[in-house]
Design a protein around this ligand. Sequence first.
Ligand code: UTP
Length: 289
Amino acid sequence: MIKKLRKAVLPVAGLGTRFLPATKALAKEMLPVVDKPLIQYAIEEARAAGIEQFCMVTGRGKTALIDHFDVAYELERTLLERGKTDLLQMLKDMSVEPGSIATVRQQVPLGLGHAIWCARAFIGDDPFAILLPDDLVLADKPCLAQLADVYHATGGNVVAIEEVPREMTNRYGILEVGYDNGKTVEVVGLVEKPAPEDAPSNLSIIGRYVLLPEVVTHLARMERGAGNEVQLTDGMAKMIGNAPFHGLRFDGRRFDCGDKAGFLEAQIAFALKRPDLAGKVRAFLKNYT
Ligand code: UTP
């Protein structure tokens, strides 16, 4: 029987060094794209895919991420007194079920695989999604919902993939591919950050996954991989052959918001989707071309 996907892990314990000084006292995942923090996009995408329980893997200086989903009593009362019903409704819409967000601490950022292992009690024996909030996807059907469809059809592991230029394979988890129907590919191997000449393809994993709980057992060995970190990719690779494993060429555009240029591009792309901003943004962009 294929278990329904209900859980998501959101690793947010990274240091965000590429965004210093902004991230000295502020979590990278609180940086807004237009007017919404990255973490909120991730939670909303997860909810749209049917996720009911969330676990943030946090570190020092990340409390704002948890406060963001709390009730802001004084703010709500002031908005009510001022008759700002639209803003009140916005806050209501973003509220989550009481008790649905858990947090665990990753005391030392030893790698993404280690961060996921830190959520092992939350994961238990259930399939779970992973969303890296700094990967933002603009799509008609949310990216995780696209992955969830493949998971519910196959009962196996599914990762969101996209093509990257050959010379950039050393930044990503890269697939070795079996059959490929143009949309879904069979994963027969996985390598983290291979040099271009060693990369088995130019298909890279982006920050959306649906995984079986067995990955935790593999991560528990704490084997160090690329960059001397405990790599999620290495743990996932150990599951190949034991259960279906697919990569999905998702519909949509992904923005790497952990990178300055990617973050700026996301601001423009998301603003152009907003009826209240698109005209103004299009007009001022003319000044820069
Ligand atoms: P990144 O590679 O973007 O690292 O992590 P980072 O520390 O966040 O940012 P830079 O490179 O220093 O600017 C990818 C994702 O994995 C999480 C991060 O929070 C981010 O969501 N992560 C990474 C952890 O939670 N723990 C880790 O030990 C490493």
